[in-house]
Design a protein. Sequence first.
Length: 366
Amino acid sequence: MPDNEEEIFLDDGTLFYEPPLIKLKLWQWWFLMALNIFFLLAGQASAVLLGRSYYDHGGNCVWMVTLSQTAAFPVLLIPYFLVPSSSQEPSSASHRPSITTVSLVYLGLGILYAGDNMLYSVGLLYLPASTYSVICATQLAFNAVFSLIINHEKFTALLLNSVVVLSFSASLIGVNDSDGPSGVSKINYVLGFLCTLGASALYSLLLSLMQLSFEKVLKNKTFSLVLEMLIYTSVVATCASVVGLFASGEWRTLQDDMNGYGTGKLSYVMTLVWAAVAWQVSSVGIVGLVFVVSSLFANVISTFSLTLTPIVAVIVFHDKMNGVKVIALLMALWGFVSYMYQNYLDDAKVKKEQSDANCAHDGSSW
């Protein structure tokens, strides 16, 4: 978020950050939001489909897929240097944490990030892209739970509905073990399901810990800080993935993996490269939506992308879209709508209380 964002406290003590985009014209705000939504939807869907394509054409190096999810982090330097950051206020600078504290936070989050990417890679290895995406939609349910436990956010009836519906959606996919890619055993299918579900939970935990870091450690949430956290955690995750690649011994099979790739060596390299770029394009979209709208809205759009990916996967990879998967997809969409409607209610409450506060301030000035 921008450096001069305004903090708004509701009557119940909840803190919200209001982005100072007043100088933007309405059409400019909508353009920025639409552009970042496009980056997120296109980047995330492309990355998932490219990862599935890598496995479908003979790729077997899980750590390479894990590495591709953060290796293109230099792409994030483009918006970091292009978007100016206003100077910090003295009050916030005086409470700036030590370099050691910040480094430990980024190190811990980066290692969790690498582990999360590894679980996603294993899940994508054993699941069709459509099944994988529907399971990933459960991250909204986990996000609601972790936000309640870690960030002390309220658990409303709509959020509970979202959690229950998304949980049932994942359960339907879990029992549909005949849907795995050809050659995948029942045990590996279950492993892929559990890894993807665990990755969704870990990703939601990561988001809550990041929010907690901004509130308790960094004590600020600016656009530059959000990008810095994403860049530094990606650097740590990339280094951890490289360590995993060598520690697992997979680096010895890279040459054979490339030689045996179904569409050739160049296609092998380009698939991984473009998957890496696509992941970072989606990251730019997420950061942009956090800046323009909110972190919750960014997470909702990210999940919405996962509900669109199964449709694209049916077209591109001819994934089977049986009745169980259709019902699970519809339930995931219903959970998404419930979550988004709660976001709408929260936003309306913030605007109303801000308007009441402004009216009270104007009245007291007379």
